[in-house]
Design a protein around this ligand. Structure first.
Ligand SMILES: Cc1ncc(COP(=O)(O)O)c(C=O)c1O
Length: 459
């Protein structure tokens, strides 16, 4: 087995976890109508539902919270955050907001008109939602290698740039409101985008004069993978690579709940376009609050400024991405098929291969996750057909390109022993896979149904 960097921190405060029995878990999941979002967190032993806002803040961040300036306007903590952002990204305008989707909400109406399209390597689901709220359509354009989970490719999050050009030509330049590069590409398995690929996308965007936006939720992990995997980048610092990644885009949205290691927060930024930042500010004030706090408390701004700096530390990134690699490797060794190579924030398990007898409309990835919860109290989630809403006109269930069971690793939260427990529990589930029959939805909302849907198991 490869060497893994030990955690470059030690534990100073602990949060006890409840150990549950199988009978208790059976009853909890039944009461939750077989929806993992319906579980109480107290009934979960290891919570790998998301890496978003679930990381552990450092002693410096907690100390920073005590220093947060809660002034309504012109808070000292706001200026501290601005300084860190300028230093890290080198751009002109940064606006705090309460989380990533708020950044999308205040930026996209400035770029998208009804009837237009947004092209991305892969839009995250809230990103698609906000594109649609502008009356536009989201079109994904990731490289085909992303769809073959067994094939090794160092940058499975890359934009398929020749298809990007085809799409622009097909729709016509005026119908493309923006191009979005999501780093890392969450929906493809936390897979990185290479610097060369980003530069090529940027030159296409420039050639057609289309605004280029970065969805920067996991920008630091992406920079780390560029350093690790891209030719000629190995000797450069994470900060240098971050500067290059952002040098050619026009705007970015960031959910700071991931790589900036805070429990709540977001940023929207504009490289230099004064008119664009003015448009954003006009939406921020009535929705998120005054510009110098943008939906956050002063203490949150302080923690965010510190978290941004800690999130780009190379030793942290080596250890954190090493946890994902470790779990992926352990699972692969016991025959659990995972997206290869390991990505940044989560292990993505190819449920279609584990449950070939469960059709997509019985939700194989969701079924696997429910069984893992029953077995061991570990919570993951479906990133497959279950998270796709039925067609609003025909009511038909769309089929996802990939049926992933996603197990996220919250930052600085779990130890290697937790990951070993995850691997051994999944190995027991693999032995019972033939008996898993899938689920039917019995109650659901029209939009983003997976959060609240109620399901029943097939007998
Ligand atoms: C790539 C990506 N973009 C945007 C978002 C939305 O961020 P938030 O949950 O902070 O609104 C997420 C959240 O998981 C994400 O993974």
């Amino acid at each position: 087995m490869a060497d893994y960097m030990p955690e470059p921190y030690r534990i100073k405060m602990v949060e006890p976890l409840k150990v549950t029995t199988r009978e208790e878990r059976e009853s909890s999941i039944r009461e939750a109508h077989y929806n993992l979002f319906g579980l109480r967190s107290d009934d979960v032993f290891i919570d790998m539902l998301t890496d978003s806002g679930t990381g552990a803040m450092s002693d410096r961040q907690w100390a920073g919270m005590m220093l947060g300036d809660e002034s309504y306007a012109g808070s000292r903590s706001y200026y501290r955050l601005m300084e860190v952002c300028h230093d890290l990204f080198g751009w002109q305008y940064f606006q705090p907001v309460h989380q990533g989707r708020a950044a999308e909400k205040v930026l996209f109406p400035n770029l998208l008109k009804p009837g237009q399209i947004s092209i991305s390597n892969m839009h995250f689901d809230t990103t698609t939602g906000h594109v649609m709220l502008c009356g536009a359509q989201a079109v994904d354009c990731v490289v085909p290698e992303a769809l073959d989970t067994a094939a090794y490719h160092p940058f499975k999050g890359n934009m398929d740039n020749s298809r990007l050009v085809e799409l622009i030509e097909q729709y016509g330049r005026d119908r493309v409101g923006m191009i979005v590069i999501t780093v890392t590409c969450n929906s493809a398995g936390g897979q990185p985008v290479s610097l060369a690929n980003m530069q090529e996308t940027a030159s296409i965007a420039r050639r057609y004069d289309i605004p280029l936006v970065i969805d920067a939720a996991r920008f630091a992990e992406n920079a780390f993978f560029i350093k690790e995997r891209e030719q000629g980048q190995g000797d450069r610092s994470i900060r240098e690579i971050v500067r290059d990644m952002f040098s050619q885009a026009d705007a970015f949205t960031m959910s700071a709940k991931k790589d900036a290691i805070v429990n709540m927060g977001g940023i929207v930024a504009v490289r230099e376009d004064e008119q664009l930042i003015e448009g954003i500010r006009r939406i921020v004030v009535p929705n998120e609050g005054f510009l110098s706090y943008g939906g956050l408390a002063g203490r949150d701004l302080e923690a965010l400024a510190i978290g941004l700096e800690e999130g780009v530390e190379e030793s942290f990134l080596r250890s954190y991405t090493g946890q994902t690699r470790y779990l992926t490797e352990r699972l692969t060794n016991i025959g659990v098929p995972c997206q290869q190579p390991a990505g940044g924030h989560a292990v993505f398990i190819d449920a279609r291969k584990i449950l070939p007898h469960v059709p997509f409309d019985r939700f194989p990835a969701h079924s696997f996750c429910v069984e893992v919860y029953r077995e061991a109290g570990i919570r993951g989630c479906d990133v497959g057909s279950f998270i796709l809403d039925p067609d609003p006109v025909t009511g038909k269930q769309p089929q996802a390109l990939m049926e992933f069971a996603r197990y996220c690793i919250p930052r600085r939260t779990y130890t290697q022993a937790h990951l070993d427990y995850v691997a051994s529990s999944m190995s027991r589930v693999m032995e019972k896979a033939g008996a898993i029959r899938g689920f039917r939805v019995v109650r659901q909302a029209k939009i983003l149904r997976h959060f609240t849907a109620e399901l029943e198991p097939y007998a």
